[in-house]
Design a protein around this ligand. Structure first.
Ligand SMILES: NC(=O)c1ccc[n+]([C@@H]2O[C@H](COP(=O)([O-])OP(=O)(O)OC[C@H]3O[C@@H](n4cnc5c(N)ncnc54)[C@H](OP(=O)(O)O)[C@@H]3O)[C@@H](O)[C@H]2O)c1
Length: 331
């Protein structure tokens, strides 16, 4: 039996294309002591990995070709040299875009038996934890405040909005289609949603935020950040989560007008974060997230593709806004 892998064939020049990847067959890896062999069940395609290919995610190191495309996935242990991680257990780990991977046991998180495994790719995985800590620790929303979110129908964004509602805030989502806007309002309970591709975006944002914005959860940077800055109230907070509007290019734009002037004049705090900063609190967050899912307060949107070979096109399409919620590839 062989392993199937999707390899980074070339680094994107300009926009990512399917030809930046190639599908290969290789030997199934041997495992050493303190390793297990994981058979991938599913993995998530997430926007942040495009920053890794661009070289703008310093924590990911320099972009390289000839390696398996990285991602978080869930899989089953099919061979083990560890009593703690026996055959048959399901784990969360950096599976990459491939069927089999040898994993060090330090890189494994055992899935709770009481929870659907796929939840670990969305709300209980990196993106759910990012939504949780970015909003609650960096944004610090107070009941009655207005929270604005960009890429609001995406994996991180749709969870941020719902957590803000749970905390008693008024929630405005910004996303790239009218269909997505309708879903945010009708299915997820957002108070308003605005399409940033609409020619009247700035005016629509103004009308949707009559009391200004207290917390802006920024997934995009770019023009939407620039517009949000002018709606922020004194004492407002900007949680800088990511810059997806500037990932899929070799020539990212400079930051928007208003920095630092508006930050100074309105005592606005603008703070970046990485979810890993909160690793010691993951357990606590996971319990809260499971509680909200069980009570129906947090709805989980997933967008599923079947087959490893769908991953490259699935990633290109995600960057163009094709996904709603967390995009998952089932193997
Ligand atoms: N700080 C951390 O530790 C951390 C951890 C995980 C993720 N992140 C960040 O979280 C953000 C969201 O990631 P995700 O995995 O949840 O992706 P996602 O939101 O599910 O997918 C990306 C979305 O970005 C939107 N988009 C694409 N180009 C855009 C543009 N030019 N302007 C505005 N929106 C654009 C598209 O939706 P539309 O239809 O709305 O255009 C697309 O669906 C990313 O910036 C990522 O880097 C940060």
């Amino acid at each position: 039996m062989k392993n199937k892998q999707v390899i980074i064939n070339s680094l994107p020049e300009g926009k990512l294309t399917e030809s930046n990847y190639r599908l290969v067959e290789s030997e199934i890896p041997e495992i050493s002591s303190d390793q297990v062999l994981v058979k991938t069940i599913s993995f998530a395609i997430t926007a942040g990995t495009r920053a890794g290919l661009q070289g703008s995610a310093s924590y990911a190191g320099a972009p390289t070709t000839g390696i398996v495309m990285n991602c978080t996935g869930i899989g089953e242990i099919v061979k083990s040299n560890s009593e703690e991680y026996p055959i048959g257990k399901n784990v969360l780990t950096q599976t990459g875009w491939q069927e089999y991977s040898a994993q060090n046991i330090q890189s494994l998180t055992l899935l709770r038996d009481t929870v659907a495994p796929s939840l670990y790719l969305g709300p209980l995985g990196i993106n759910g934890l990012t939504a949780y800590f970015g909003l609650l620790e960096i944004g610090q929303p107070q009941e009655g405040e207005t929270v604005m979110i960009s890429a609001a129908a995406g994996s991180v964004g749709h969870m941020v909005g719902q957590i803000a509602k749970i905390k008693g805030c008024s929630v405005i989502g910004v996303c790239g289609s009218d269909d997505k806007c309708e879903k945010l309002i009708n299915d997820l309970g957002f108070d308003a949603a605005i399409n940033y591709k609409d020619a009247n975006f700035r005016q629509n944002l103004k009308e949707a935020t009559p009391n200004g914005v207290d917390v802006y959860f920024d997934n995009t940077g770019g023009m939407i950040l620039g517009s949000a800055l002018f709606r922020l109230n004194s004492g407002g907070r900007i949680a800088c989560c990511g810059v997806v509007s500037q990932y899929d290019t070799s020539t990212p734009e400079p930051g928007p007008r208003g920095i630092p002037g508006l930050l100074v004049n309105k005592s606005i705090r603008m703070q970046g974060f990485l979810v890993f900063d909160f690793a010691d609190k993951y357990e606590e967050a996971t319990n809260d997230l499971i509680g909200w899912i069980d009570s129906g307060q947090l709805k989980v949107l997933t967008d599923e593709l079947e087959g490893l070979e769908k991953a490259p096109q699935g990633f290109v399409d995600l960057l163009a806004g094709g996904n709603i919620g967390t995009r998952i590839v089932n193997i």
